[in-house]
Ligand binder design. Sequence first.
Ligand SMILES: [Zn+2]
Length: 485
Amino acid sequence: MFKSALGAILGVSILLGFTACTQAPMPQSSPAPATAPAPPVGDPALEALIDAALIDDYAYDKLGELCDTVGHRLIASPGMKRAIVWSQASMLAAGFDSVWTEPALVPHWTRGKEWARCVAPVEFELDMLSMGLSDGTDGQTLEAEVLAVRDWDEFEARADEAQGKIVLFNPPWEGYGTNVQYRVHGASTVAKHGAVACLIRSVTGVSLGAPHTGMMRYADDAPRIPMAALTVEDAGRLHRMCERGLKPRVQLSMEAANHDSTISYNVIGDIRGREKPEEIVLISGHLDSWDVGTCAQDDGAGVVLALAAARQLVQQDLRPRRTVRVVHYTSEEMGGSGGQAYLDAHRHELDQHVMALESDSGSYAPRGFSVDADSLIIADLARMAAPLARIAPEHWRVWPGWAGVDIGFIVREGVTGVGHRVDGTHYFDVHHSRADTFEKVDPTDLARNVAAIAGLTFLIAESPADLGPAPVATLPGGSPSVGGH
Ligand SMILES: [Zn+2]
């Protein structure tokens, strides 16, 4: 981790008038940036690294390869097994010094066949996706009247109407952090009042008729009822029918099933540091995904960005002082057991982790980095990263904020966490839906993001300052994980 005294060593005095945001994964309107004057003289090696990354099409080619030839990467699926092989082969071909896997105990959930339709007072098909970790309908077709509500407050007021019904939450879009709560907690909330199934409006602000999946959780003290997402359009239609007093009835059939936990693997590759090989700069994305689309933005992009950024160092013949470690985490979408496994395996050397970066917000236009650490460390990092601002002129920011689900496990133990940030305007349009495919990634933005991550990685890994080791200390705040980002 960074030593927070570094600011004093380097004569930096940047005051940040706010504390770290530990909730918002995608800051829509960020607080004022931590600005810092650009250094007087550019580092030629850094400038050459950025220039090379900006014109390199390696990342775009690899992302196409991952999406089109490996496909989706649902945990324990054949696609995830292919992806683990692809990841190791890609790291070796990129010239990493060592590549290995580490096991993680992960949930095993399968979707199976599923359908839903409105059968009264008019018949029409509902386009739906089961929520990850939901149980199915036990080989039956479940049929019940729909109780549609706008939000938690309306449900609480009408909870005595839920008995025997399918409860539909159709909240307006207020952002991922708010709307995802219905996905995570909706089923158990309504099951406690006798509902037989739970449907939600997909967790997205924009829809062209595609449902969005994602992880849900069952509470221990509620019956386990099936749960699925409808399209924004179908959820709205059912809700409006209810408001007209038409009492729509819906049939639901889901083969979704939870199986015994199984073993998956984090894939890890190192470029060994030339002076301080024991000190680690970790950059990462998550290799697993949902099972619709080919998951280019979530998180094929992050996987390829970490890989391509480290490879760019090799390509430029740069071997930084510290070890650069790429981690392709498993099982982010189903609760983060890959991140937990990394913590368990590396707890003894966390004080050698100078920084952990995660890219899990897609590859749109770069915006900078959010940093989960104390304010002095954030100020140091903002100053060090200032030469990268040319990658995103007028938009570059380094600000206090949440860093990532997978690295959150070691960040909560005191490692400095860095979230790679991009323009979030359209991420949730495709997130966890069949629309998340390779076409949605812009090659220029992808190359700019490689440049940003490669640049920061080089700056931290090459820094002559004493960035660590420092005693492990849990920072205040921490990084709560919603899971299923
Ligand atoms: Zn993700």
